[in-house]
Design a protein around this ligand. Structure first.
Ligand SMILES: [Zn+2]
Length: 402
């Protein structure tokens, strides 16, 4: 799987698009939807791998749509993914979302923060709407280690938004993990992050700010004036900064835990998987997680601490005390882990964070990746449903959550 060799991030930006270019991009959106649908119609019930669907539907798309050759290829791949997802008893996919995929053959990102995009006619070149004072997007745009990758254009409420994908080779795992002590971090919606040392970082404020922004968006979009659009953009930047501020605090807190427990390695669950496992997580959380991870990577690198992403499968279902793994080990309403077999109970996220750390341990029960770490940093205290985290005396100055 080529995908696992790269870390992937997404920078979401507005696009400044001239009226002529906007028309072209809207045409492309329509042709793209039509192309994906045609490919699904051809392949539904026949095949589902990318290469099969491409072989079957490519000529049809070239004949019956205005898509260029590479967008026709991408549309067949998009159709294949949709078919694969719907295969187990699902209904035939319908393409209605105004979204187009791009890759490095259909887009070029320039140093002057413009992007040129293939359309059904000639290419258009648009400015990326990056905040003047430097949003998180610049961390990828201005860093040569991140190269542009699979991206997506979204058309919503009369505006184009670009999800600019970046990738960088996953760092080699061998030297830093050998004999390392690992800090596991579980990501979530209610608690943005929980460490295997039982430090909790609630997300309360971030959820609230996002809801506030959505309220502002709804009322301004109803107005629809140019000044309303400007106000909305400013509100977006403000959200971006507030979120960034909080995420820096959380990243600092996580790195502080590595100091406190003398860790060489921080482990997260693979972000795509993590999001799929969280029913309440949407694109906003994906965005939060990606930014948090890049902040942690940045700070960890200064201390020679490696950051890895491990397969998070079953980390929320496995009992840290006895190893028994079952979906019903979780009491979702109470946010509690309650083992059906041994009766052990713990905070749900904390249990998962410990399992994530154990994924890295050599010959450990979950060491599918065999990272070769030697130990997990665990909390020196207890977590109970009523009292939360109770540290041992010698750690009592430590904050139990922030
Ligand atoms: Zn158990």
């Amino acid at each position: 799987m080529a995908d696992t060799e790269y870390c992937r991030r997404t920078a979401v930006t507005g696009l400044s698009v001239s009226p002529t270019d906007a028309t072209r991009l809207r045409e492309l959106v329509e042709e793209w939807k039509r192309g994906c649908q045609l490919a699904v119609n051809e392949a539904w019930g026949v095949c589902h791998t990318r290469s099969e669907v491409q072989q079957l539907a490519y000529d049809v798309l070239r004949e019956e749509t205005d898509l260029g050759s590479q967008h026709a290829v991408l549309a067949t791949h998009r159709a294949a993914e949709a078919i694969k997802r719907a295969r187990d008893g699902g209904e035939k996919p319908e393409f209605t979302a105004p979204t187009v995929a791009f890759d490095t053959r259909t887009m070029t990102v320039f140093d002057d923060r413009t992007v040129s995009l293939t359309t059904t006619r000639e290419r258009v070149r648009c400015e990326l709407d990056v905040p003047d004072d430097g949003g998180y997007q610049t961390e990828y745009l201005d860093d040569e280690r991140w190269e542009p990758a699979k991206s997506a254009l979204h058309y919503r409420d009369g505006e184009f938004v670009f999800h600019l994908g970046f990738r960088t080779p996953r760092p080699g795992m061998d030297p830093p993990t050998e004999g390392a002590t690992v800090l596991g971090v579980d990501l979530g919606v209610e608690n943005l992050a929980v460490t295997s040392t039982a430090r909790f970082f609630p997300a309360g404020d971030l959820q609230h700010r996002r809801e506030e922004f959505e309220r502002v968006r709804a009322s301004l979009e109803a107005t629809g004036t140019r000044s309303a659009q400007r106000t909305l953009r400013q509100a977006g930047y403000r959200l971006d900064q507030q979120v960034g501020h909080r995420l820096h605090e959380v990243a600092n807190g996580i790195v502080a835990e590595t100091d406190r427990y003398d860790c060489d390695l921080v482990a997260f669950g693979e972000l795509d998987e993590v999001r799929e496992m969280l029913p309440d997580a949407g694109p906003y959380h994906q965005w939060l997680f990606e930014r948090l991870l890049s902040f942690v990577e940045y700070r960890a690198a200064e201390r020679d601490i490696a950051v890895v992403e491990v397969n998070p499968e079953y980390t929320s279902q496995r009992c840290m005390e006895c190893g028994f793994t079952h979906p019903q080990n979780r009491n979702l309403d109470a946010g509690q882990f309650e083992c059906l077999k041994c009766g052990a109970s713990a905070n749900d996220d904390y249990n998962a964070a410990k399992n994530i750390a154990f994924r890295c341990v050599r010959r450990g029960p979950l060491s599918s990746r065999g990272l070769g770490a030697a130990a997990c940093a665990l909390q020196s205290g207890v977590v109970t449903p009523d009292d939360g985290f109770t540290p041992y005396a010698e750690l009592s100055e430590a904050p139990k959550s922030d």
